[in-house]
Write a protein that binds this ligand. Structure first.
Ligand code: IPE
Ligand code: IPE
Ligand code: MG
Length: 238
């Protein structure tokens, strides 16, 4: 199958896919390289999978890039990851040429002013695209996002009987983006690690042992084909 071909046999395509990009460190370690080179390699895969998602007609794809818990890592690793974000936001121009809308979720206030400015800029230059939206989760934690939503609700003076799941959803970081249909996690770990815990309430899950830097477009296609065979009931009867 050529890289640009859609998969022909799909009966359903997920509207919103979440990807927990994991295994960069182990990939580097296996090769005797510093962990930061694993992250660098992981960025290449992220770029390729974003394009593949667009080809497959996936409307929303969210990548977990840095969690609220990842600050616990050694400073040089955190600095290297932040550098990669800055560099790649300069290179995101080709996504914009390809009409991919870019959004961010997470608490931006802890990020450098330069990075925050680049994030805003990227969102602005791509906000008019209507095809595929790529969402990057940076300094993101599901618990933190829900907490921040609850704070906003309290500050607005809402009375307790007005509190509904819909109201909480409206106060999350990207209220216009639909919930996750599918969560893909490479690297063999079978957990969410605080990724979109609200939005993943009815998601399907796909775990694979492949480390993120080794994850190919064909591996992504395989995951998407697997999704098309899942029967979803949302608590009902089918
Ligand atoms: C995922 O790869 C990238 C981030 C969490 C930033 P890891 O760095 O967690 O790789 P492993 O899990 O140590 O192999
Ligand atoms: C999850 O990976 C966070 C990201 C991929 C950004 P981690 O490597 O941080 O997760 P744990 O620590 O194994 O749960
Ligand atoms: Mg990890």
């Amino acid at each position: 199958m050529a890289k640009s071909d859609p998969i022909p046999e799909l009966s359903q395509v997920p509207v919103h896919v979440g990807v927990i990009m994991d295994g960069n460190g182990r990939w580097a370690k296996k090769r005797g390289l510093p962990r930061k080179l694993g992250h660098k390699e992981g960025v290449k895969v992220f770029r390729s999978i974003t394009r593949r998602a667009k080809t497959l007609g996936i409307k929303y794809i969210t990548f977990y890039a840095f969690s609220t818990e990842n600050w616990k890592r050694p400073k040089d690793e955190v600095d290297a990851i932040m550098d990669l974000f800055e560099k790649n936001l300069d290179e995101v121009k080709d996504f914009i040429d390809e009409e991919i809308r870019v959004r961010f979720i997470g608490d931006r206030s802890a990020l450098s002013p330069t990075l925050q400015a680049k994030m805003l800029n990227t969102e602005k230059s791509s906000e008019h695209f209507t095809g595929t939206t790529m969402i990057l989760a940076i300094n993101y934690g599901g618990q933190d996002e829900i907490c921040r939503a609850v704070k906003k609700i309290c500050e607005s003076g809402t009375s307790t009987d007005e509190i509904t799941p819909q109201l909480i959803e409206q106060n999350l970081d990207a209220p216009d983006i639909p919930p996750l249909d599918y969560v893909i996690r490479p690297s063999g770990e079978m957990r969410l690690s605080n990724f979109m815990i609200w939005q993943a309430a009815y998601a399907e899950y796909y775990f694979t042992d492949i480390l993120w830097p080794d994850f190919t477009d064909a591996d992504f296609d395989e995951a998407i084909i697997e999704f098309s065979n899942r029967a979803r009931r949302f608590g009902g009867v089918k």
